[in-house]
Design a binder for this molecule. Structure first.
Ligand code: 6R9
Length: 668
């Protein structure tokens, strides 16, 4: 749509100078590029143009890879993306009937002869626990589980809450739901009983699948106890929807004596239930738009939203993005370190890789247990070729330097990926040079629970960004830059907020009619690269200069003593707002006045005097959500000395907040 027809927006066309990295381009090795699905920029443009100019043919070709019990009767995509023209809706392949589980398992075993191929190398919290699961085995176990769920009364359309750690049973259960048309709602097994209760109540699930417990590092987490508490809390508010609870006896927990499991009357033990359950289960043939799952967003602001995704569109989008963005090949061993409890795990541990018949690592543990080289050890052990992790993990591992990596053979690695937050240049460089040994392209992937799959990606040689993503400058209010996706939906976009179409429309579609608004800020540099600046609410306005927390944080993190930094604003009489910076130092570094001065100078030098921090506070750790995103709302309140912190249920470790409050006055 031409610029002048947009009433409140204007294309952004300015540049941002990014210190140090602006002139550096990294090229992938020749062989990697030569064998890639998208070997050069022209081939990319060809695919890209087709997706915009003839989306019907483009998505049809993707769909042709999969099994459809009944073909679509409508077009590949039908939608209204413009709120001024009525309710927002998106439909993909109307009239078609299919089954997700059939497509990601049976199709490989029956039609592609991949039954013996490894689907998952499961690696437990302790290196002594590991399992290899082939596609055939996965199919049989999923069918058994599907039959158990059916026996428990679960029917098509029913919701099943899953509160499990990173064990194979988590994958079995989600695929079993998909097989029988039940809607899974996975709750990350680090959430509290309160959060679990809230999600069960919202989804009105009839069954909860959990485990007796799990070890994370050396710490035992009593999941069954938390589940019992959650169900009790649900019961206090209204009659609890959950009538039955299926409980996995976790091997590691059982061998250490087990945990208490007594409150619920309706427990079924996994092993007993599966023992006589048949290994075959006819899939339920679903409509293309039947719901596949609900996933509550991480909730760093406000009440969690139940993001609803449906069947056909999700299959097309996750399979395609997995194949292209990480250039998947048959002999790859792929490892995504996310938890299946987050969208990254849903899309890029379970559905995307399985739709492609990939071999993946499924890791239960933590990066530093039983030793700080655990990630690198696993890469060596399974000869991992594609590795996908989060900047927060990279920054944490950077603290230990290069030595832990040097003990292991990382020569199989070919492509590295990151997701979850902006990656600062320091972490990017370390990832590229130390982990990837200068050989592996780093693919930064920006996307969201709502988008279901990767949206902006730095692909192998592709240096230009996706032109259908627009940055809008809002001329009516403060100068904020929103990253939006224009005009046309993609098959994987969320369909609604569960039970709240109004919230769906107002959150994502009302601000700029005709656009899906991500809520993130973004800048485009003169070369056409996009720089995600963080959530819009993370913008700072110092003396009328708008800057993003990410910029200042990146500048601080470039100092050799700093391992991680988070920046928030606090009111200032003259400047309006000023900067309060929290810095976590590397293991051996000391926080003192000299360092404070160095850090202030560093920011001044990198960004300019307007960005000079007013306060720098030592932060032994930062408050994060359980998915690893820094909770800036909490930091802002600490900086402003506001003690009423509101809902902290998504916070991973509440003690961090106490420590930061108590040391607030020492900020210099
Ligand atoms: C996949 C995922 C989504 C929010 C998103 C943005 C941030 C994710 C990013 C990134 C900069 C990246 N985000 N990837 N920011 N660069 N590569 O994380 O989904 O948990 O829904 O979070 O995460 O702020 O809006 P989700």
């Amino acid at each position: 749509m031409p610029e002048e027809t947009r009433p409140i927006t204007k294309w952004d066309s300015f540049t941002m100078v990014v210190p140090e990295s602006k002139d550096k381009l990294f090229h992938p090795p020749d062989d990697l590029q030569r064998d890639a699905h998208v070997p050069d920029f022209n081939s990319y443009l060809e695919i890209y143009r087709k997706s915009l100019e003839d989306p019907e043919a483009f998505w049809k070709e993707v769909a042709d890879e999969f099994y459809w019990k009944k073909p679509a009767t409508g077009p590949m995509l039908q939608y209204n993306f413009d709120i001024t023209k009525g309710n927002i809706y998106i439909k993909c392949m109307e009239g078609a009937k299919t089954n997700m589980c059939y497509n990601v398992l049976d199709r490989h075993v029956k039609d592609r002869n991949l039954g013996e191929k490894v689907a998952f190398h499961w690696e437990g919290n302790s290196p002594e626990h590991h399992l290899t699961i082939t596609y055939q085995q996965l199919l049989s176990r999923v069918c058994r589980c599907a039959n158990v769920l059916k026996k428990m009364g679960v029917k098509k359309g029913d919701r099943v809450s899953i509160y499990l750690p990173m064990i194979p049973e988590l994958i079995y259960t989600m695929l079993a739901c998909a097989r029988i048309g039940a809607v899974h709602s996975i709750v990350f097994a680090g959430f509290s009983s309160e959060s679990l209760c809230e999600r069960i109540m919202d989804a009105q699930s009839s069954v909860l699948v959990t485990a007796d417990g799990v070890y994370r590092g050396e710490k035992l987490i009593n999941l069954k106890q938390i589940s019992d508490d959650a169900l009790e809390k649900c019961g206090e508010k209204a009659p609890c929807s959950v009538t039955k609870c299926l409980v996995v006896n976790h091997h590691a927990v059982r061998t250490k004596g087990g945990t208490s499991c007594n409150k619920l009357q309706v427990n079924m033990w996994w092993d007993e239930a599966m023992a006589d359950s048949p290994e075959e289960c006819e899939p339920e043939w679903l409509d293309a738009e039947d719901p596949l799952f609900i996933l509550y967003t991480s909730g760093s602001t406000g009440k969690p939203k139940g993001v609803l995704h449906t069947t056909a569109g999700y299959l097309l989008y996750t399979s395609l993005t997995f194949k292209y963005v990480f250039d998947h090949h048959h002999d790859d061993v792929y490892w995504c370190t996310a938890d299946v409890g987050w969208i990254t795990g849903h899309s890029y541990i379970t559905y995307g890789p399985l739709a492609n018949g990939a071999t993946s690592v499924l890791f239960e543990g933590v990066p530093v247990y039983p030793h700080i080289g655990r990630f690198w050890e696993i890469i060596e052990k399974y000869r991992v070729t594609k590795f996908y992790t989060a900047p927060t993990a990279i920054r944490m591992l950077m603290k230990y330097g290069q030595e832990p990596l040097q003990k292991f053979d990382l020569s199989t690695l070919r492509i590295l990926g990151t997701v979850g937050e902006p990656i600062n240049p320091e972490a990017w460089q370390w990832y590229h040079e130390v982990v990837g040994q200068g050989r592996c392209p780093v693919v930064d992937t920006f996307w969201q629970t709502e988008t279901v799959g990767k949206m902006i990606n730095k692909m192998l040689l592709i240096s230009e960004s996706d032109n259908s993503v627009r940055i809008l400058l809002n001329l009516h209010s403060s100068p904020c830059f929103y990253l939006c996706r224009e005009d046309m939906p993609w098959p994987g976009i969320m369909r609604t907020v569960y039970k709240s179409q109004e919230r769906f429309e107002s959150t994502y579609f009302r601000k700029f009619p005709g656009f899906y608004v991500t809520g993130d800020g973004c800048r485009r540099d003169k070369d056409g690269y996009y720089w995600i600046t963080g959530r819009i609410d993370d913008m700072l306005n110092v003396s009328g200069h708008l800057m993003s927390t990410a910029e200042v944080e990146a500048a601080l993190a470039q100092h050799p003593a700093v391992s991680e930094a988070a920046v928030v604003s606090r009111p200032h009489k003259v400047k309006g707002e000023c900067l309060h910076c929290f810095v976590t130092l590397k293991d051996t570094k000391e926080f003192n006045q000299k360092l404070v001065e160095e850090l202030k100078k560093q920011v001044r030098d990198r960004i300019g005097p307007i960005a000079t921090p007013d306060f720098i506070q030592n932060a032994p750790a930062l408050p994060k959500t359980r998915s690893g995103k820094i909770m800036r709302r909490v930091l802002r309140q600490i900086a402003r000395n506001e003690t009423d912190l509101g809902d902290l249920s998504t916070l991973a470790d509440p003690k961090v907040v106490e420590v930061l409050f108590s040391q607030r006055s020492e900020a210099a």
